[in-house]
Design a protein around this ligand. Structure first.
Ligand code: FAD
Length: 427
């Protein structure tokens, strides 16, 4: 069987030692089988192991092979949909549960890092950057809304304060969240995998789940083995394919691309981002960037609906970087890669249960670094019999993309084009 390895990203090149784990051979039994060793799978595994369950994780490629090992590394709290829209969709009681949880993911990550001594270059502080007065107004109303839910740490920034955080003339202001921040995402996943194993969990790599035989005790088949479990947790997200067709119809894999400069040196790096916060702008198709531990700029942006890999990533992302930081015109790009996240029509996570014993969480449509850690906690709670917070997610309504499998990519791209035109015009 051909081995699937990491993409040639900056993260793979700067990863902590990566143990290679065996593929599943033969038949085994476990309490809970988790499909996918990204943050969703690993966070769920850790919470379950801490509660005494026997856990087996099947990973198609390597730990953190998917979005979790190649993302922008930004710890961005809350959801990809504003809480007032959630209130209008699901009513105040369910919105209250979801709103209360919106900043928990960042706390879980910090607890994990501290408890399991994970070396992943954690830095506190994330900024939302407004490109227009309209976006600044939106940040003001977001801050007021989150304060209603008791999240009072957000701080609005004027143009001059922003200039002290990012060396660009692009922004009219912003909002700082010190409970946000950034990490080396692959090292976080690798550290969590080591924590899973330290508690007796077993992770098989190069072991794709090829089929699921549903029933009282579901059985997952891989190329060389089978796992019989009391419960399954499906955490394959944008890389899952059609393993569960019920889920595939209401979500769409999308690509986003990241470039990493050569090391900039302390002086130039500090001149760009003096506080070392991470930044994402407020556009519908947003740019996000931050410094690495060795003072490179890691800059991401763009969305490819349907997740086809673009031929020349640098040609797409470098102009975006230079728009923010024209001072980097002569800087070399050392790494460029793409990765897939999973979009839902509502941009809210797709969470639930198929039958009594197959649980899933996927499709958070961005802001996934924090959400996936929260998802692990909420899934583990549900498997322990406390489903209130799980149900708050599981009862969110989801709809198929317009156009079906054939037309959903052009239809969604058209919608995104409309929203990004509005961003460009500042309306
Ligand atoms: C380029 C990029 C940049 C991003 N930047 C940010 C950011 O800065 N901040 C933020 O909050 N979010 C960001 N995101 C989103 C975030 O990374 C994801 O939402 C999150 O990592 C999803 O985690 P996951 O565990 O659900 O899925 P993944 O990390 O994709 O993991 C799924 C795993 O399941 C495995 N798998 C799939 N199918 C099977 C199968 N059949 N059998 C076994 N294993 C299987 C895959 O190989 C993969 O390892 C970004 C995403 C991308 C792609």
């Amino acid at each position: 069987m051909p081995q699937t390895s990491y993409p040639e990203s900056y993260y793979a090149a700067s990863a902590n030692p990566v143990p290679s784990r065996p593929a599943l051979q033969g038949d085994i039994e476990t309490d809970i089988c988790i499909i996918g060793a990204g943050y969703t799978g690993l966070s769920t595994a850790l919470f379950l192991l801490e509660s005494g369950f026997k856990v087996t994780v099947l990973e198609a490629a390597r730990v953190g092979f998917g979005a979790s090992g190649r993302n922008g590394g930004q710890i961005v709290n809350s959801y990809s949909r504003d809480i007032d829209v959630i209130e209008r969709t699901v009513g105040s009681q369910q919105a209250k549960l979801l709103g209360d949880m919106a900043f928990e993911g960042g706390r879980i990550i910090r607890e994990r890092i501290a408890k399991y001594h994970i070396d992943c270059a954690l830095k506190d502080g994330g900024v939302f950057a407004a490109l227009s007065e309209k976006q600044m107004g939106h940040l003001r109303s977001q801050k007021a809304l989150w304060e209603r839910y008791g999240h009072k740490q957000l701080q609005l920034l004027g143009k001059d304060e922003m200039r002290g955080i990012v060396a660009t003339e692009q922004y009219v202001g912003g909002m700082l969240d010190m409970s946000g921040g950034h990490i080396h995402p692959l090292n976080l996943a690798l550290g969590e995998a080591a924590a899973v194993e330290s508690l007796g969990g077993v992770i098989y790599e190069q072991s794709p789940a090829l089929s699921i035989q549903r029933g009282q005790q579901p059985v997952v088949s891989t190329p060389q083995g089978r796992v019989k479990a009391k419960f399954l947790v499906v955490a394959g997200n944008a890389y899952l394919g059609n393993l569960l067709p019920e889920l595939a119809a209401k979500s769409m894999p999308c690509g986003t691309q990241v470039i990493t400069t050569e090391p900039l040196g302390d002086e130039l790096a500090a001149s760009l981002l003096p506080q070392d916060y991470c930044v994402e702008d407020c556009n519908y198709l947003l740019d996000y960037y931050r410094l690495s531990e060795d003072k490179r700029l890691i800059f991401g942006g763009g969305v490819v609906y349907g997740a086809r890999d673009p031929a020349n990533i640098e040609a797409i992302i470098r102009p975006k970087m230079l728009k923010v930081f024209p001072q980097l015109a002569n800087v070399k790009i050392d790494y460029a890669w793409t990765g897939n996240f999973l979009l839902t029509l509502s941009r809210l996570p797709q969470v639930g249960r198929l039958g009594d014993n197959i649980y899933y969480s996927q499709g958070c449509s961005g802001h996934g670094v924090t959400y996936t850690h929260l998802a692990g906690k909420v899934l583990a709670e549900a498997l322990r019999g406390q489903a209130e917070r799980f149900d708050a997610f599981a009862t969110l309504p989801h709809y198929p993309f317009p156009g079906g499998n054939l037309l959903r990519v052009p239809f969604t791209a058209m919608g995104a084009w409309y929203y990004s035109l509005r961003d460009k015009l500042g309306i």
